[in-house]
Ligand binder design. Structure first.
Ligand code: BTN
Length: 331
């Protein structure tokens, strides 16, 4: 990686790493099996190819300049749910900012008890363990902050602009590209830990989504191919490299996390509003079997959605399902 243009001889590698030439050859074989493209020349040695969308802990941690976020990364080829595993790690005392990643989830969890489709090699299925010094009632700020981090990261790496449907669905062109599931463990007045689970559709073609969501889901690749985003050519595919997007999510999440921990939460609400795909829109709210319709008017300083209801009442929504007209098939 440090010599992108050139070859490195087997001899130089064996000296640098303090292992035999045979060991170098064996390691090269192993990392080829991990998906890396390595050219070998008997005269010149080995050369790392441009590489595709390879995901592992090293790819995420390499060059990551954060102080807390992603200082520890655990990667799995397959797992039931990264959130479930991250909660276990958090209970065992893992460091603040630990990231759990999986290529594929067999029991991915969505909000409101739903399942989350998490096919292999298609998306970013990641969970982040946080230990914020805030009371439980302020954890909503982390939920909102995480969605800001994803919107900014996606824009920064791919150029694709997305918006946020309250509280933290990332949407564009009426379809969902990312969902976030925040789970926490707390006592009455203190938070033990928060797990922020991020599911971002990256490489899917339309047919890769299950039938139930095929009309409501979209991936970054579909967005890139469907419009002039500047990601048309083969060389630009690097902009959809999952490890680069994860690194940027970690950077952005760290910024909002520090803001929240250091009492600058008002900036989070302002940013959330600027990316909102909800405010000013007609909404249908459904909470524990009760439904009402109205217009999304505002968001409170502690992250509740304010709805001017059609019956003339103004209500604040803390949790539950909010359908926004024009998004995810709600007409
Ligand atoms: C939603 O319903 O919109 C939230 C979806 C959250 C999915 C992510 S994928 C990584 C993490 N692990 C899970 O089991 N769920 C979250």
């Amino acid at each position: 990686m440090e010599c992108p243009e050139g070859y490195v001889s087997g001899e130089a590698l064996s000296e640098l790493l303090g292992v035999s030439r045979t060991a170098v050859w064996k390691y090269i074989k192993e990392i080829k099996e991990d998906g890396y493209e390595i050219k070998a020349s008997s005269k010149k040695g080995y050369r790392l190819g441009p590489g595709g969308d390879i995901l592992n802990s090293f790819e995420v941690m390499h060059g990551l300049d954060t102080a807390v976020m992603g200082r520890k990364v655990e990667y799995f080829k397959e797992i039931d749910s990264t959130n479930t595993y991250a909660k276990k790690l958090a209970g065992e005392g893992c460091p603040d900012g630990t990231i759990v990643l999986a290529e594929r989830q067999t029991a991915g969890k969505g909000r409101l008890g739903r399942a989350w489709a998490s096919a292999g090699e298609k998306g970013i299925w990641m969970s982040v363990v946080l230990r914020p010094g805030i009371p439980p009632e302020e954890v909503q700020m982390i939920t909102l902050g995480a969605s800001i981090a994803v919107v900014k990261a996606v824009k920064e790496v791919t150029g694709i602009q997305t918006g946020i449907k309250w509280p933290n669905d990332i949407v564009t062109e009426g379809k969902k590209v990312c969902g976030i599931l925040t789970e926490m463990s707390c006592e009455q007045d203190r938070v033990n830990f928060v797990v922020v689970g991020i599911g971002l559709n990256v490489n899917h073609k339309q047919g890769d989504f299950p039938d139930e969501i095929i009309d409501r889901a979209v991936s970054l690749r579909m967005l890139a191919e469907g419009r002039q985003t500047g990601i048309e050519g083969e060389a630009d595919k690097a902009k959809l490299k999952r490890s680069s997007i994860i690194k940027e999510i970690a950077r952005q999440l760290e910024k909002v996390y520090f803001d929240i921990n250091e009492g600058r939460a008002s900036g989070i609400i302002d940013q959330w509003k600027s990316y909102s795909a909800t405010l000013g829109k007609k909404v249908r709210v459904s909470i524990k079997g009760v439904e009402y319709t109205g217009t999304a008017a505002d968001i409170t300083t502690d992250g509740k959605l304010v709805v001017d209801c059609d019956d003339g009442e103004r209500r604040e929504v803390v949790s539950g399902e909010v359908m926004v007209r024009g998004i995810l098939g709600y007409v």
